[in-house]
Design a protein around this ligand. Structure first.
Ligand SMILES: Cc1cc2nc3c(=O)[nH]c(=O)nc-3n(C[C@H](O)[C@H](O)[C@H](O)COP(=O)(O)O)c2cc1C
Length: 354
């Protein structure tokens, strides 16, 4: 029987326990230059100090036009590496493995940041406006941006990257038939729709080597679980080290429902774990606010690791609570941490523990 405190090997790295921090943007921390601030360093260090085994740093843009808001962090130029090195060093000192999520928002890019481009011309975040379909040359250039960002991440000392392959962003837009209407080698079949990410994975492996973790956050349903697994199979064939399961663009599968102990989104991670068991570690996420849920998922070997989002934002001591039963302040499951820039991030749990 597995324990939350059990170490696990991901890629070639040893993670000291089964607790992982899900990528969660701190909207009001970065400036327009996309550089890391002292607030970021403190924020991640604190989560590592509370024994989180693996930290995945928030969605970080591979190019300035690929941002949801202007104040997303970036890894699109070398001048941004130094700040990331400070996050990594701070977390490594506390014994955490550190990944960074790299992303391009594609058709959902903020018009203040650049043009909305994607696999096809489909409605953008303004439903009246269509995105522009990328040319084949632009697709190759975009792959190169992901690879360059990964190389910069490695220079900063990150143990690896997580490709943002879900939540409606560019890689997800390529795999979803709703946003990918292409008829060339990047559209149509599962293999073609996965090609954009697969080419990025292979190129990062070639440039960054076998010691560098390549994870992908992928939808457990797109539009159904079987198709989402077929897509993930392409990623596994390409050499991914870690599958982190969340949601995508479409949800059309009546077999996915809330379970007694965890919700429907977590159940996707559980199903992926069952399918990929022994081949690649799998994590689940969503609405996990209690140590007893973490314990249940790990003890029954339903997933390999548990990603914590709002719970670890509310109180990083959730990790010690899951490891030793120490006290912590539970996330109130309110929407306050989800607001965009300029909004006060007044997490009631964080205020309670202050
Ligand atoms: C404030 C906030 C920022 C987020 N930023 C990201 C992000 O950068 N990348 C990502 O893939 N998901 C992001 N998410 C989604 C979380 O990683 C997670 O999937 C979601 O919050 C559900 O998990 P939870 O119930 O444990 O919070 C964010 C969520 C919140 C609340």
């Amino acid at each position: 029987m597995a324990k939350v405190s059990d170490p696990i090997i991901i890629g070639k790295k040893r993670v000291k326990n089964r607790l992982t921090m899900a990528p969660t943007v701190k909207f009001d921390y970065a400036g327009d230059d996309g550089k890391v601030t002292e607030k970021h360093i403190e924020h991640y260090k604190e989560r590592a100090q509370h024994e989180c085994g693996l930290i995945c740093v928030e969605a970080t843009a591979v190019s300035p036009d690929g941002r949801f808001w202007k104040n997303h962090m970036g890894l699109w130029e070398d001048g941004q590496i130094e700040g990331h090195k400070k996050i990594v060093d701070a977390c490594h000192e506390e014994g955490a493995v550190v990944l960074i999520q790299i992303n391009h928002t594609g058709i959902t890019s903020n018009p203040d940041c650049g043009e909305a481009i994607g696999p096809s011309a489909v409605p953008t975040r303004d439903p009246e406006t269509l995105s522009r379909a990328m040319t084949l040359e632009e697709i190759k250039a975009m792959e190169e941006k992901f690879v360059s960002a990964a190389v910069r991440a490695q220079k900063a000392g990150y143990d690896g990257v997580q490709l943002h392959g879900c939540h409606s962003y560019l890689i997800n837009q390529f795999i979803s038939k709703k946003t990918n209407l292409r008829t060339d080698e990047y559209g149509g079949s599962v293999e073609n729709r996965a090609r954009f990410a697969v080419e990025i994975i292979k190129a990062i492996r070639e440039k960054c080597g076998d010691d560098f973790i390549i994870s992908i956050r992928t939808p457990g349903i797109e539009p159904d679980v079987v198709t989402a697994m077929e897509i993930a199979e392409e990623y596994v064939k390409a050499g991914i080290d870690y599958l982190q399961v969340s949601t995508g663009i479409e949800w059309d599968d009546p077999t996915v429902k809330d379970e007694a102990e965890y919700n429907a989104i977590v159940s996707l991670g559980v199903r992926f774990h069952d399918h990929f068991k022994g081949r690649v570690p799998v994590s689940c996420v969503n609405g996990i606010f209690e140590p007893k849920t973490i314990d249940y998922l790990i003890k029954n070997e339903l997933v390999d690791t548990v990603d914590l989002g709002r719970a670890i934002l509310a109180d990083p001591a959730i990790c010690e609570a899951a490891l030793t039963g120490a006290p912590f302040v539970k996330c109130f499951n309110c929407p306050r941490c989800q607001y965009g820039p300029g909004m006060p991030h007044k997490c009631p749990a964080a205020m309670k523990r202050a």
